[in-house]
Ligand binder design. Structure first.
Ligand SMILES: CN1CCn2c1nc1c(Br)c(Br)c(Br)c(Br)c12
Ligand code: NA
Length: 377
């Protein structure tokens, strides 16, 4: 059960659902826990020729992304042309984006269009003059890291307060306009509503940013999954490493994590969530997995990784060990930065700081006030 916001999608309590300045009528809340309403969700597929494509800016498995112009107001926008995936997937991304649009640091959905000619659906999003993170991170100053992180946490606290887990937090899904210090969290195609006790898919997210819970096959995860990914991003910025945990595959990903966080706390984590028990001869047995159970594969991943590590148990590496000359001459890695990182990168998702707790951390002391005052402009 999540430590926070565990009831936002439950109960039919009347009354407005408020999050500070972002007041939302109860109807949005009903959207969140009546999944069958996705079909009933009415979408006005407004006119497609309103938008001109300027240039392709990217793309992925599910979409091609273009910079475009809204001909009615000459404004630049992003046109995310969705590949013919299940209509259901499109509708749920739209439902989630509608629920979140207007929230702090979440990309705004401006329109949804259906192009009868190409028979494709497109999401029209607000434009961000994004600087590719691979160019951004190596030149980030300590103050810029704080602004970037604070706005990312603001987006996540808002999203989590709305009962939604992003589940694919990574640098490529964070658009950042460096000049205007404007951050927007994007790509809600993998997002999911949190319900206590629900078991979710573990094949989500992007490998380098996957939380331990996904790698050991713990399915009752919650918002704290996103906080692990935030920790991976902070570590890569602080220590000047493109991806802090860079596994070759899911098993190696877990080994990389264990080599840093150590085997002692890993064993305690496994036992706490009764993922595995240690038999008297030291073997690792999964309480609930039998060969017939689909989870069997992930057991092998774990046992494999753990068996490999079992011979040589690893101590926890102190974070200061990763402060290399490279990162030192660029940004001094403060004690507060290390303390916050240590509170994010925990095996046990229950221990990780929430987005709100992270925002209150001393690391943000000199940006919290400034950012708060600015956001009211
Ligand atoms: C891969 N590229 C680069 C820039 N950029 C990309 N995908 C984007 C999406 Br989706 C959105 Br929504 C926004 Br806003 C921007 Br900007 C995007
Ligand atoms: Na998006």
């Amino acid at each position: 059960m999540a430590r926070v916001y565990s009831d936002v999608n439950e109960g039919l309590g009347p009354g407005w659902y408020d999050y500070g300045p972002y007041i939302t009528p109860p109807s949005y809340r009903f959207l969140s826990h009546l999944p069958e309403d996705v079909e009933r969700l009415h979408i006005d597929w407004s006119e497609p020729d309103r938008y001109e494509i300027i240039r392709r800016v990217g793309g992925g498995k599910y979409s091609e992304v273009f910079e475009g112009i809204d001909m009615t107001n000459e404004e630049t926008c992003i046109i995310k042309v969705l590949k013919p995936v299940s209509k259901k997937k499109i509708k749920r991304e739209i439902k989630i984006l509608r629920n979140l649009t207007g929230g702090p640091n979440v990309v705004s959905l401006l329109n949804v269009v259906h192009d009868p000619i190409s028979r494709s659906n497109s999401l029209i999003m607000e434009y961000v003059s994004n600087v590719d993170w691979k160019d951004l991170y190596p030149t980030f100053t300590e103050l810029e890291i704080k602004h970037y992180m604070f706005q990312l946490l603001k987006a996540l606290d808002f999203v989590h307060s709305r009962g939604i887990m992003h589940r694919d937090v990574k640098p490529g899904n964070v658009m950042y306009d460096r000049e205007n210090r404007k951050l927007r969290l994007i790509d809600w195609g993998l997002a999911e509503f949190y319900h206590p006790g629900t078991e979710y898919h573990i094949r989500v997210g992007s490998r380098y940013y996957k939380g331990p819970e996904l790698l050991v096959g713990y399915k009752k995860y919650d918002y704290s999954l996103d906080m692990w990914s935030v920790g991976c991003m902070l570590a890569s910025m602080l220590f000047g490493r493109e991806h802090f945990f860079r596994g070759r595959d899911n098993e190696d990903q877990l080994v990389r994590i264990i080599k840093v966080l150590g085997t002692d706390t890993f064993e305690r984590y496994l036992e706490k969530y009764s993922l595995f028990i240690r038999t008297d001869n030291g073997a690792l047995l999964d309480r609930c997995v039998t060969p017939g159970n689909p989870q069997f594969a992930s057991v092998f991943i774990l046992v494999g990784a753990f068996a490999y590590l079992y011979q040589h148990s690893y101590p926890k590496i102190p974070w200061a060990r990763f402060i290399t000359a490279a990162s030192e001459n660029r940004t001094n890695v403060s004690h507060e930065a290390i303390d916050l990182l240590d509170k994010l990168l925990r095996y046990d998702h229950w221990e990780r700081v929430t987005a709100a707790e992270a925002m209150a951390h001393a690391y943000f002391n000199n940006v919290r006030l400034e950012t708060t005052s600015k956001s009211t402009e």
